[in-house]
Ligand binder design. Structure first.
Ligand code: SOE
Length: 383
């Protein structure tokens, strides 16, 4: 059965590794579970190596291939460019796509520097005036339990926010024998754990509380400075392995963050806790269908953290999937991201998070690096 008669959204994706696979799954799956106003089409995928991108197209379901991203931007059978490449190419591709009148979905972090992020945000603002929109892909805000946490904070269920603490713990670099990769080179990745996973932690804290960081005080560390090259020899690691920082939110709350690739045994652990004047919320990605809620207004004899199973149709996103209790996974967050993006584009509205939101996060990352670099006590973040 062909898709119901609705406008097409022809997608051109640049990059086809981990994020390319997650995005391809999302473009294919979203219209099957969400009643979308436009039908995404996987028109073309671009990669530098012809044989590899042809293999990716077959595996991931793309109709055509290109070996130069500029062709994707030029093609008149592409309505949206989806950027799934390392951060050093985000600005060039996104700005070219927006100026060519294509919508853009760009993976996080928005860019490798504030200057690049500012140029992207300016290009996005110009394009929005022409009805062309851009989104940056902070997917964890589309975990139903995280979206519920934001809803409860906005409803005042925890009162005034006093504390936010976010940890993003991975351990894939714990072994010094783990070889060099693009994520360990500043010129490609922009930073290490900070931009790769610390950016998610910053977005989660700001998304759930609805508040913005106004200043930070930070420490970074590179535990292993040299790593083996796949073909022999070694190369210098030029990014952080781990970061810890304090922050203040514009509502007055104190925030603490950790992001590391050396938390042995923690494969991809994300923990968030919000403490307010009337209660608390706690989330653990390793138990991602659950939100812990402490209602401080309950009488002491029954007060305590409640384990809310976030699988009911009343919860964000879950009604599109399975009956209560069946649960969702990491991949569903990318499907939710596509569903929200397509709905916003069809309504002629700015999708969230915008490039301006991505720029705000880039400014936090930059302040963290400046604070850590100068051992300064405090680093202001420009409004
Ligand atoms: C880091 O290894 C990484 O792939 C991040 O880049 C992704 O954003 C995160 O979702 C999973 O871990």
């Amino acid at each position: 059965m062909t898709a119901p008669d609705r406008p097409r959204l022809r997608v051109g994706m640049v990059g086809h590794a981990f994020m390319g696979a997650a995005h391809s799954h999302a473009w294919r799956t979203a219209p099957r579970f969400f009643d979308l106003p436009m039908e995404p089409e996987l028109a073309v995928v671009a990669g530098r190596h012809a044989a590899r991108v042809a293999d990716a197209a077959g595996r991931l379901g793309w109709a055509d291939t290109e070996t130069d991203w500029r062709r994707v931007v030029e093609r008149d059978d592409v309505d949206l460019v989806d950027i799934c490449t390392p951060g050093d190419t985000h600005a060039e591709i996104a700005i070219a796509a927006l100026e060519a009148g294509k919508h853009v979905l760009c993976e996080k972090p928005l860019a490798n520097t504030v200057a690049e992020a500012e140029a992207m945000a300016e290009a996005a603002e110009r394009a929005a005036a022409r009805g062309v929109f851009a989104m940056v892909g902070y997917s964890y805000r589309r975990v139903p339990a995280v979206a519920l946490a934001r809803r409860l904070v906005a409803q005042g269920r925890v009162g005034s926010v006093r504390h936010v603490r976010v940890q993003y713990l991975q351990d894939w670099l714990t072994d010094p024998a783990t070889p060099m990769s693009w994520r360990l080179r500043r010129e490609q990745a922009g930073s290490g754990a900070l931009g790769d996973i610390g950016a998610h932690a910053v977005d989660l804290a700001q998304f759930v509380t609805g508040e913005r960081l106004t200043g930070v005080s930070a420490l970074t560390e590179t535990f292993v400075g040299e790593r083996p090259l796949p073909g022999g020899g070694t190369d210098r690691v030029t990014v952080d392995d781990a970061v810890a920082f304090l922050g203040r939110l514009d509502g007055g709350a104190l925030a603490t963050f950790e992001a590391t690739r050396f938390a042995a045994g923690r494969r991809n652990a994300i923990r968030l806790e919000v403490n307010g004047s009337a209660g608390s919320l706690a989330f653990d990605f390793e138990d991602m269908n659950v939100l812990q809620f402490f209602d401080g207004t309950e009488p002491p004899e029954t007060a305590g953290f409640r384990r809310v199973l976030v699988t009911d149709p009343a919860h964000p996103y879950t009604g599109a999937w399975w009956p209560p209790g069946h649960g969702l996974g990491y991949d569903h967050t990318f499907v939710h991201q596509v569903a929200d993006l397509v709905s916003a584009l069809a309504a002629g509205e700015q999708p969230a998070p915008s490039f301006a939101d991505g720029l705000a996060i880039q400014r936090v990352l930059d302040a963290v690096e400046r604070s850590a670099g100068h051992r300064s006590i405090w680093t202001e973040i420009p409004a």
